[in-house]
Design a protein around this ligand. Structure first.
Ligand code: FAD
Length: 423
């Protein structure tokens, strides 16, 4: 199984021979590359930079000691896995001679190529890789703030928020309604809310059989829709979905009353509300002037160099790399592409050709998953989905096939975490 998923991670990444040969790394002169953010994109980048060019001074700046992954956090919320099962740390990276500074970057001084850190330290860089993921757009929805998130969790960054939602579900009385509110595109992990609804429905079927899940959606269609809806039909009406046209778009959150108000003025009260707000790149990406009107970081598709600054590259959810979705799989692949481009840049060579792949697994039940996958290439400076490369699990897939995909999802998770954090 490890072999299948490793091939998965590497397949479609046309620059793999460059990364494995080390041909770029050996010609890189001594330089400092600072990676900001130690999630799927940043941890992968730090590890591959050091592996390909051991002479490089690779510094990872990430305030957390323990990183909790969003993939499989829905299983934690639904009580199927222990919280510790999605915890990663940086010990293996440090063991590979990567410096881990446990601070946040407060300022990127692009003119001086210096970072100002939360402990007052300053740090210069030759090249920077920004991998800071998402932040919630607290201005987007009336009434939804950081304070409100302590009552109505988003659970869209794993850790405390995951545990809060899990705790609320456990404390809820049987018969209570659970609402999941989903934003419009683009946001982190397009199928993630629907996987969450499916696994929460499974939890309810076991522990609160009179309870239901209502999804209020700001869109009229969503990723893997037919597969999810087919599965919900078999859940005794436990999951109901309201699209935007049917009044699913929430415009106001009243945390005190645990109520959501839609654009058509309907009020929805629930025992537990999971409000997933619109998102954007983190404040540091904004204040450094690396974002555009969309709130995300635009990149040059062939190198993942930021459009704003040739010394700064970006990978993962902070970027706008449509049509690639914001996923851990994409973040890991983009980080490798950016590493190859940084090494080429430092060696004064052409960056290798771009080829990327994404695969997203989603659990319909604890034992059954489905997936969507596609390959991407650059044409005329734009990332495009390769015609004919999109594959989606069949609607008439057997239980055995769904089980096989659930096994592949677990194997993928183990391999991508090993690939990023090196354990
Ligand atoms: C419920 C859910 C389920 C998901 N399931 C899947 C799945 O099955 N498959 C899949 O491929 N994807 C999945 N995803 C998506 C995946 O989690 C993200 O796409 C992925 O985490 C993006 O990685 P990243 O490195 O860009 O950002 P992150 O993982 O968020 O990492 C960013 C890091 O940057 C750090 N940081 C932020 N600001 C600063 C700063 N100023 N200074 C220093 N550090 C900073 C943060 O502390 C953080 O650790 C899921 C997401 C959710 C919410």
């Amino acid at each position: 199984m490890q072999g299948i998923s490793r091939r998965h991670l590497l397949a479609g990444l046309g620059l793999l021979p460059w990364l494995l040969s080390g041909c770029l790394g050996s010609s890189v002169k001594r330089a400092r590359v600072v990676v900001v953010g130690g999630g799927f994109a940043g941890a992968t980048a730090a590890r591959y930079l050091k592996r390909q060019a051991p002479a490089l001074d690779v510094v990872l700046i990430e305030p957390k000691q323990d990183y909790f992954t969003c993939p499989f956090s829905n299983h934690v919320i639904a009580g199927l896995q222990a919280p510790d099962s999605i915890r990663q740390d940086y010990q293996a990276l440090v063991g590979q001679d990567i410096s881990h500074i446990r601070e946040s970057v407060l300022v990127i001084d692009r003119d001086k190529r210096r970072l100002h850190l939360s402990d007052g330290q300053q740090l210069g860089y030759d090249r920077l890789l920004l991998a800071t993921g998402i932040s919630m757009n607290w201005q987007a929805v009336d009434g939804y703030s950081q304070n409100a998130a302590a009552i109505i969790p988003h659970a869209w960054q794993a850790g405390e928020q995951t545990l809060l939602l899990r705790k609320q579900l456990r404390a809820m009385e049987d018969g209570g309604l659970v609402i999941i509110s989903v934003p419009d595109n683009p946001y982190r992990c397009p199928p993630g809310p629907y996987e969450r609804a499916s696994l929460i429905a499974h939890y309810l079927s076991l522990h609160k059989p009179r309870s239901k899940v209502l999804i209020l959606d700001s869109k009229d269609n969503f990723s893997k829709q037919a597969l999810f809806q087919q599965s919900w039909q078999q859940s005794a009406g436990r999951v109901e979905w309201l699209g935007r046209a049917d009044g699913g778009h929430v415009v106001t959150v009243d945390a005190g009353r645990r109520e959501l108000i839609t654009e058509f003025g309907q009020r929805h009260k629930a025992a537990v509300i999971n409000f997933i707000p619109p998102q954007m790149a983190t404040p540091i990406a904004q204040t450094a002037g690396l974002t555009d009107r969309t709130g995300w970081v635009p990149i040059l598709a062939d190198t993942f160099q930021t459009q704003a600054d040739p010394h700064i590259y970006a990978a993962g959810d902070c970027t706008i790399a449509a049509p690639m979705p914001k996923s851990a799989y994409s973040a890991n692949a983009q980080a490798k592409l950016a590493v190859a481009a940084i090494l080429a840049d430092l060696a004064g060579r052409e960056a290798p050709p771009t080829a990327l792949r994404n695969t997203c697994y989603s659990a319909l039940t604890p034992e059954g998953s489905v997936s969507i996958a596609a390959n991407y290439e650059v044409q005329q400076q734009r990332l495009i989905e390769m015609p004919g490369s999109l594959t989606l699990s069949p609607l008439d897939g057997s239980a055995a096939l769904r089980r096989q995909e659930a096994d592949m999802a677990r194997a993928w998770y183990a391999s991508i975490c090993a690939d990023a954090w090196g354990v």
